[in-house]
Write a protein that binds this ligand. Structure first.
Ligand code: HEC
Length: 110
C-alpha cells in the first residue's frame, strides 16, 4: 500500500508596509473633472435652443423626456451633425453639452 501524503504548509506573511505615512495637513484631492452643472446648461439652452425647443414647440421638437428616448452619444451626434432642420452646434463644447444634457434630464414643456 502506497499512500502518498502531501502536506502543504502555507505560510502567511504579514507584510510590513508603511503605507500609513501621515497625510500632510491641508492636502486636498485635486478635482480633474469639471463639474456638470444643470444651471449652466439651462443658460446655454435658453440662449441657443429655446427658440425652437421652448413652449409651443411641435411634437418633434418637444424635448420633454428626451434623455429617456436617446442616450448621450446620440445627443452628442445630433449636436455635431444636426438633425432634420436643426442645425449642428459644433461651437457648443463637450462641457456645455454635458451641462445641457443634465438640464434636459429635468426639462419639461407641455
Ligand atoms: C432652428 C430650430 C432649432 C434650434 C435652434 C435647435 N433645435 Fe434641436 N431640433 C430641431 C428640430 C426641428 C428637431 C427635430 C429634428 C427631426 O427629428 O427631424 C430637433 C431635434 C433635437 C433633438 C432630438 C430630439 C429627439 O427626440 O430625438 C435634440 C436632443 C435637440 N434638438 C437638442 C437641441 C439643443 C440642445 C439645441 C441648442 C443647442 C437645439 N436643439 C437647437 C430644431 C432646433
Amino acid at each position: 500500500m502506497n499512500v502518498a501524503f502531501v502536506a502543504v504548509a502555507i505560510a502567511v506573511f504579514g507584510a510590513a508596509c508603511d503605507r500609513d505615512s501621515p497625510t500632510s495637513p491641508g492636502e486636498h484631492e485635486i478635482e480633474t473633472e469639471p463639474t456638470v452643472d444643470a444651471e449652466a446648461g439651462k443658460e446655454v439652452f435658453e440662449r441657443l435652443c429655446i427658440t425652437c425647443h421652448g413652449p409651443g414647440a411641435p411634437p418633434e421638437e418637444n424635448l420633454t423626456g428626451v434623455t429617456q428616448r436617446i442616450d448621450y452619444a446620440e445627443f452628442d451626434q445630433i449636436m455635431d451633425e444636426g438633425k432634420g432642420t436643426m442645425p449642428a452646434w459644433k461651437s457648443v463644447n463637450e462641457h456645455q453639452r454635458r451641462n445641457i444634457w443634465e438640464f434636459l434630464d429635468t426639462y419639461e414643456i407641455e
